[in-house]
Design a protein around this ligand. Structure first.
Ligand code: SF4
Length: 401
């Protein structure tokens, strides 16, 4: 007599928790049908084994997103950030001085990483990125440039009429340290075409990341959840990443985040639930047995769900983003500050540690008496200057929220 489905699921969970590889079909079964608490327990067991000795720690980073332009030819349907090139009233670009001032402020507030993030501007080829990365590195060599992704590489190579290999090699030489994995969205063809019809295919996105890994430029990987994709398509996205990772080992982390419903063409008709998000964190930990870091998010799902993600397989709780404009434009309203993020991690039962881009710990906050007290280290929406900052007093000051 066949065993009841719950026994079959539990035996797959047990195998995954012990480090066995699971198939995409098994992952889909678990994602759909495993009890939530059992899924989380298995994922947490994997995390604890992987981090044996430091399993009591959860990490975060201080960074700044620097949005260099919102002008974009790609018109993704989920995006609330871009302006079409002909939309002169709403399109903008930032000059290099402005970008450098934002870098100065990042350094002043203890940030270690910048995410250079913007639209596919019709005039920005490889030369634009070379110039800006070289200038940032010359002025602030301590800042890690963890930015862009395969979509930007494809675009800049097309504008400059060079191969993606040449584009990656040149921007890496100019100062890019690693790719942030932007533009992955949903990799399978059907949902990708539905939400980003002008972007390169998912296969091409992965091919470019594989080329980057081969050239010594590592990356993170991402997934945008909740734009109408099926559960099977979510698991297929993971499979596509795992297959490349088997060959390259270049994905440092997997970071799912949820679609935000405001001000975009999808008009919010679909969204991932918080339980679906937690299930994704857990299944990613179980299925992506070759990706070391799984990042939970509080920015798009809220602080409590962020805390819970640390019990569903996540080892990292993302960042204090000194500036964020992209998902905020689509409605992400959650904000935090450094002390609150530290306390969130601590009250989730972990010891907080500030990390760098490559995940080494900079400070382990093992004694609350020594917690940092700089209340300027706050996640801002559309900030142009940080209250109390001296790096660029000429920029318009936006109050912290
Ligand atoms: S997500 Fe990026 S590529 Fe797509 S429209 Fe927005 S800015 Fe352009």
């Amino acid at each position: 007599m066949p065993r009841p489905p719950q026994y079959r699921l539990q035996s797959v969970l047990d195998r995954a928790a012990e480090g066995g590889r699971i198939t995409p079909e098994e992952a889909l079964d678990l994602y759909r049908d495993a009890p939530l608490h059992a899924l989380g327990a298995a994922a947490d067991a994997v995390r604890r084994r992987l981090y044996a000795g430091t399993e009591h720690i959860a990490t975060y980073i201080i960074e700044r997103n620097i949005n260099y332009t919102n002008v974009c030819v790609t018109a993704c349907k989920f995006c609330a950030f871009y302006a079409a090139p002909k939309d002169k009233a709403n399109g903008w670009t930032r000059d290099l001085d402005d970008i450098l001032r934002r870098c100065a402020e990042t350094v002043e507030l203890g940030g270690t990483q910048i995410m250079f993030q913007g639209g596919h501007h019709p005039d920005y080829g490889v030369e634009y990125y070379e110039k800006h990365f070289a200038a940032i590195k010359a002025a602030y060599p301590q800042l890690v440039i963890h930015s862009l992704g395969a979509s930007e590489v494809e675009h800049m190579a097309r504008i400059s009429k060079v191969t993606v290999e040449e584009a990656i090699t040149r921007i890496h030489a100019a100062g890019l340290d690693s790719f942030a994995g932007a533009g992955a969205e949903l990799l399978p063809a059907r949902p990708r075409k539905a939400i980003a019809p002008l972007k390169e295919s998912g296969e091409r996105w992965l091919e470019i990341m594989e080329i980057a890994h081969g050239l010594g430029v590592e990356s993170t990987s991402t997934m945008l959840m909740g734009t109408g994709e099926t559960n099977a398509e979510r698991i297929e996205h993971l499979r596509m990443i795992r297959d490349v990772q088997d060959r390259t080992g270049g994905f440092r982390a997997f970071i799912p985040y949820t679609y935000q419903p405001e001000n975009n063409h999808l008009k919010g008709q679909t969204q991932a639930t918080q339980f679906e998000y937690l299930r994704m964190i857990a299944i990613a930990r179980l299925f992506l047995d070759n990706v070391r870091h799984i990042q939970g998010s509080w920015l798009t799902t809220g602080k409590e769900i962020g805390q819970l993600s640390l019990h569903y397989g996540a080892d990292d709780l993302g960042s204090i983003m000194l500036e964020e404009n992209v998902v905020s434009s689509a409605g992400a309203k959650h904000r935090s500050n450094l002390l609150e993020l530290i306390q969130l991690i601590r009250s989730a039962g972990r010891v907080p540690a500030q990390r760098v881009t490559t995940y080494e710990h900079v400070v382990v906050h093992d004694d609350p008496a020594n917690d940092p007290v700089d209340d300027r280290v706050v996640s801002h929406v559309s900030s142009t200057a940080i209250a109390g900052g001296t790096a660029h007093p000429e920029l318009k000051l936006i109050a912290a929220t």
